[in-house]
Structure formats: structure tokens, C-alpha cells
Design a protein around this ligand. Structure first.
Ligand code: THU
Length: 127
């Protein structure tokens, strides 16, 4: 699947987001080493801290399908261009990055921009 198609999947997923508090909808699509993709959306809670971001939902979807290595993640929000993952999600993505790293794909003015996770989260903590 191309990165453009992954952004499209992330956009579709963002339409399912449950974000009644922030009204900030996000969708994500991860590409696993197998070549399969998995989507997620954010879902909030009246106890705000329980909120799960789209990226972590997509990673969980990959994990439950037996995927432990992620090559790329596309993120889309109708509310914001260049919607890069929050710090917590960067650390979660780091846990499952493939041996060749992990690309983070976002949309800016209907074009895609590709970051590496290494750029977004340098000097990572790993055990
Ligand atoms: N959110 C995500 O799902 N992913 C991001 O990359 C940024 C933030 C969600 C969390 C919360 O539901 C809403 O966006 C506002 O922070």
C-alpha cells in the first residue's frame, strides 16, 4: 500500500473518532512488516486522562493481529495539517519500530510529508 493510500485509510478512520470533548478527530493507519495495514481512531472519555490516541489504537490493532514490527504510520486529522504523534505515542511507536526504522506520514496542504521516528524521537529509551 502506498503512503498516499495509507493517508486515505487514516482519513476514513478519523471519521469514526469518538471525540465529544476536544472535537479533535484523528485517524491513523500503520503498515506492519507483513505488508498488512491496521487503522485506529482516537476515543475519549469523560475522565479525560483515559483518552486513547488514534496511533495507539492502530498499534493495538496491529498487535492483536500478531504484528510486532511496524514500518510506517500515517496520521490524519480534519482539524490540523502536520498532525504528528504526541510524545506518548512516539514512545509507543518506538517499541514496535521495524529494524529499518519507522516512517511517520502526515498531510500538509494535500501533500504528504514523511518524517522518521528517529527525527521525532531522538535518543530513545529502550530496555
Ligand atoms: N490525539 C490523537 O489521537 N493523536 C495525535 O497525534 C494528537 C492527539 C487525540 C487525543 C485527543 O482525543 C484529541 O486528539 C485532542 O488531543
Amino acid at each position: 500500500m502506498t503512503y498516499e493510500e495509507m493517508i486515505k485509510k487514516a482519513k476514513e478512520a478519523s471519521s469514526k473518532a469518538y471525540a465529544p470533548y476536544s472535537k479533535f478527530k484523528v485517524g491513523a493507519c500503520v503498515l506492519a512488516e507483513s505488508g498488512n495495514t491496521y487503522v485506529g481512531c482516537n476515543f475519549e472519555n469523560s475522565s479525560y486522562g483515559m483518552t486513547i490516541c488514534a496511533e495507539r489504537n492502530a498499534v493495538g490493532n496491529a498487535i492483536v493481529n500478531g504484528e510486532l514490527k511496524i514500518r510506517a504510520v500515517a496520521i490524519y486529522s480534519p482539524n490540523m495539517d502536520n498532525c504528528t504523534p504526541c510524545g506518548a505515542c512516539r514512545q509507543v511507536l518506538n517499541e514496535f519500530k521495524s529494524k529499518n526504522g519507522l516512517d511517520v506520514i502526515v498531510k500538509i496542504n494535500d501533500k504528504i510529508k514523511i518524517y522518521t521516528l528517529e527525527e521525532l524521537l531522538p535518543e530513545t529509551f529502550n530496555l
